[in-house]
Design a protein around this ligand. Sequence first.
Ligand code: ADP
Length: 442
Amino acid sequence: MWFRFFGFLALQFCAGLLGWQGAGHPGALAGVVLAGALWMLADMWRGARVMAWLRTGEASKAPQMQGWWGEVTERTRRWLRQTQQQTQLAETRLQEFLAAIQASPNGVVLLDPQGRIEWCNDIAAAHFGFDAQRDLLQQIGNLVRDPAFTAYAVDPDPVRGTVLIGRGSSVGRPLRLSVHLHPYGEGRRLLLSRDVTALEQAEAMRRDFVANVSHEIRTPLTVMLGFVETMQSLPLDEGQRERYLGFMAQQAQRMQTLVSDLLTLSSIEGGPTPSSSQWIGVHNLIAQCAREAEALSGIVTAGQPKPHALRFGPMPEGAVAGAQSELLSAMSNLVSNAVRYTPAGGRIEVRWQPLPAGRAEFSVKDSGPGIAPEHLPRLTERFYRVDPSRSRETGGTGLGLAIVKHVVQRHGAELRIESTLGQGSRFAIVFPASRLRLDDAI
Ligand code: ADP
């Protein structure tokens, strides 16, 4: 600054001196005025260059200058570059934050103090049926018209939240959303939505399951308690006591079968995938099924004029990889169902046959009552019964086909059910080539 001041004085002095030498006093005055004007012009020109550059706002286009204006330019350029870098960094950060929120499995909507949408991620757009661009700055209340949401928005509890039906929800594809509103900033609110359909379905299934199990256990328990009370309160002769004890043993047996099926199901569901290196001879499995089927058929058709016509195909060679107890449980469930549901005199045929592409099929065909098509998709649900009384009469728990389904899935196999009402049914397990071996060596 001082250098500039003294520079200006020196210029005035030199110009005045030159003017004085040339034309005396008037020349000195003219020299001083001329030098001052020239200095001002040069100064204005340099200032104009700086202003023109500042208007572009681009640090890289700073003019090259010396002296006082050069320093002003250099300092401004540095400050501009620093500000631009900070802005860029903040922009990058913001984009990263938005990308992170975008990647969230939950819906996120930012609301301004007037309740208008400032930003939302794609999940929220899908949950509420928004258009992430078009619906910006729209009132949330105009777009989410569920009365439960309207009531919740008036007095939001961020902890409790509320549950809404999502956009596009249908009977076949329900969508239930858990929604929470959290206040932040100055009057802003964060709307979070989470798809809780699977959770609610699992909860409903759990409730149904507990209710079903309780019901299945309560019935034999009530019967047993009735007999116990009778035996306690009435004087019974030996024959009556024997009969009552027999009934009680039957009910206890029913409960035991139920508990054992429940344990099988839970061990299958929670257990590790069955080994694919443990080989079980197919003939062993089928021979055991045959023994069980004959014993059960004897019980079911006792006192009937004709027994079942049980036919087991030629004993096959080969082995299947997996858990022996599970495979046996699945196969014998299918065979025992055929025996239990086919009236005396009916035909039951059990076969093992190779299929193309190295697969093989275990099938049980019966000439029983058959199953109406509307029941077929639900047969493998726990406790689903087409004919509950026939199922219970023959000792069924309603869990047999659920066990079969799980075992089949765990072994990478496929369960095929074909049935025609009044003509009979065919249940088959198709094993994949990866779990089969043709030779018998185990
Ligand atoms: P359950 O213990 O009642 O037999 P399952 O899960 O094994 O339970 O079978 C479910 C239902 O499927 C049975 O209640 C029965 O109504 C029907 N079902 C199963 N196998 C047969 C079959 N071979 N013939 C006719 N109905 C069958």
